[in-house]
Design a protein around this ligand. Structure first.
Ligand SMILES: Cc1cc2nc3c(=O)[nH]c(=O)nc-3n(C[C@H](O)[C@H](O)[C@H](O)COP(=O)(O)O)c2cc1C
Ligand code: SF4
Length: 480
């Protein structure tokens, strides 16, 4: 498949035509003579009121872990560097910093950050350093809102480097992928214990100073998997009410124990079938008859937001306004979650133009925003827009299709992107993320994550040579 080359698109109109050729109507702001796209004079410079807190502009940094915490779960220098980069980016909402495991046993990798009684003081110090760095650079941090993402990796738990899945329902294909066919499912009592742990960890996050916790419901991890557990029996499976019991109980516990702590939810608003490489390496879906994916239709290939709308209605009832929309899972359908030109080592060649992945998420987010105008929506998956990042995201905010623009991979390659855009300077070409996926391939191969191609800090590390060697072997395997 021939993919549209983003740098070759020369006008906003051309990009709109490309989207419309794919069946999507996406507004793209044009360059005006006076104001550059994304500048502080545009809607992206406007603040958002969230209860008593003010979020100073429309840029958010999405949570991104680096597989580089200390082995005992403490934040390392590399974690600190990344978080301080986030704090100095110019974005006024830091959504979650990175997935922080609620226990060692449910880490997604042996170097994942853990929030517990031993680590909370160091995490709190880092949080304070972030606020101080932001204050120093921008004069104030009163309009900076910082959350911590709490996670249980569920099926994808790999606490010692070996997969140790904690699954909530059977899925023939996904069970195979985690060697889980013979494993017991988590019992209701075990899930009750996870509820209690989330509440305890939220208390620690409040103690550390965070404005909010993200009760993560995305990317195939534990609480997202619960949402698809229609085949599960017992108190946490089957009906919508049972599948959202975890959310309700955690939120109730947090509100009771730390009423001043804000709550947000990052949600995979839709999920599709798992994909795998076909004979030529291109992604192909693995359709499992009768399997339900939250936010997906019966074919496993299309979006159906019926239950997503119900879920957002529930968030509103629970008085949760802060929502970050994402999709699918990086483990079994990465192309719908982080559209990329080059796949990570455990991925597949794009089965569709990555612009379709971007547009699918934009459309779903806009549909949800239209139905829930009072919720604050943070969007994701914009990095693939590359030099058109500011034009498209400005168009979306202008048209109330999203409230805040989440930045993922692009902030790894270009840590001060919001500063540059807000100042009206525009983007520095050589810092634009070209979706090489090294930040995903490296940790899949046991190396620290980072932007090896574009961040000089990683370019010079020994891991860069290791990664190069690994990629050469992979390329040979694929060509052979
Ligand atoms: C290296 C890496 C680590 C990530 N870690 C997390 C994480 O800890 N929590 C999370 O919710 N999403 C995580 N994500 C997903 C991103 O937050 C984001 O949704 C995704 O990269 C798509 O946005 P983008 O197109 O701006 O990159 C990660 C993505 C990458 C590339
Ligand atoms: S390694 Fe760098 S350029 Fe590649 S996807 Fe990650 S952030 Fe982008």
């Amino acid at each position: 498949m021939k993919l549209k080359k983003i740098p070759a698109i020369k006008t906003a109109h051309q990009l709109q035509e490309v989207f419309s050729g794919f069946g999507y109507n996406i507004p793209v702001a044009s360059q005006s003579d006076e104001i550059a796209p994304g500048a502080k004079e545009t809607c992206l410079g406007e603040s958002i009121q969230w209860g008593s807190r003010t979020i100073g502009n429309r840029y958010s940094i999405l949570p991104m872990e680096g597989w580089d915490a200390e082995i005992d779960g403490q934040p390392s220098e590399l974690v600190a560097r990344r978080w301080l980069n986030f704090a100095g980016s110019g974005a006024k909402l830091l959504w979650g910093c990175e997935a922080s495991a609620i226990d060692h046993a449910c880490r997604a990798n042996p170097r994942q950050l853990v929030l517990n009684n031993d680590t909370v003081d160091n995490i709190s110090s880092l949080y304070k350093e972030m606020r101080a760095a932001h204050r120093q650079k921008f004069g104030t941090d009163e309009d900076l809102v910082v959350g911590l993402q709490l996670t249980h990796s569920g099926r994808w738990s790999r606490p010692t480097g070996v997969i140790e899945p904690q699954m909530v329902y059977r899925h023939p294909e996904l069970d195979l992928r985690v060697n889980g066919t013979d494993r017991h499912l988590m019992s209701d009592d075990q899930i009750d214990a996870v509820v209690a742990r989330f509440i305890e960890r939220a208390e620690l996050a409040a103690q550390a100073g965070f404005d909010f916790v993200d009760v993560k419901h995305c990317h195939g991890y534990f609480s997202h998997e619960l949402l698809s557990g229609v085949s599960r029996e017992g108190r946490y499976g089957g009906s919508f009410e049972n599948r959202t019991r975890f959310l309700r109980d955690v939120v109730h516990g947090i509100k009771t124990r730390c009423p001043d702590l804000g709550i947000g939810v990052r949600l995979s608003a839709y999920d599709l079938a798992p994909f795998k490489p076909g004979p030529k390496g291109t992604g192909e879906p693995v359709i499992v008859e009768g399997s339900y994916r939250f936010g997906g239709d019966d074919t496993g290939l299309e979006v159906d937001l019926t239950e997503t709308v119900k879920f957002l209605g529930l968030l509103e009832q629970l008085d949760i306004r802060l929502v970050c929309i994402t999709a699918g899972s990086p483990y079994y359908n990465p192309h719908i979650q982080r559209p990329a030109r080059y796949p990570p080592s455990d991925g597949y060649q794009p089965p569709e133009d990555p612009l379709v992945g971007v547009a699918r998420m934009i459309k779903a987010t806009a549909e949800l925003k239209a139905q829930f105008p009072n919720l604050i929506f943070v969007g994701s998956g914009y990095t693939y827009l590359q030099e058109w990042f500011a034009h498209v995201t400005q168009g979306l905010v202008e048209n109330q299709m999203v409230d805040s623009v989440g930045i993922g991979r692009m902030v790894l390659s270009y840590p001060d992107l919001p500063v540059d855009l807000l100042s009206g300077r525009g983007m520095v070409r050589k810092k634009i993320c070209r979706t090489f996926s090294d930040c995903t391939t490296a940790p899949r191969k046991g190396l620290i994550s980072g932007c090896y191609p574009l961040d000089p800090f990683y370019k010079d590390k020994s891991e860069a040579d290791e990664l190069k060697a690994i990629k050469e072997v992979l390329a040979e395997d694929q060509s052979g």
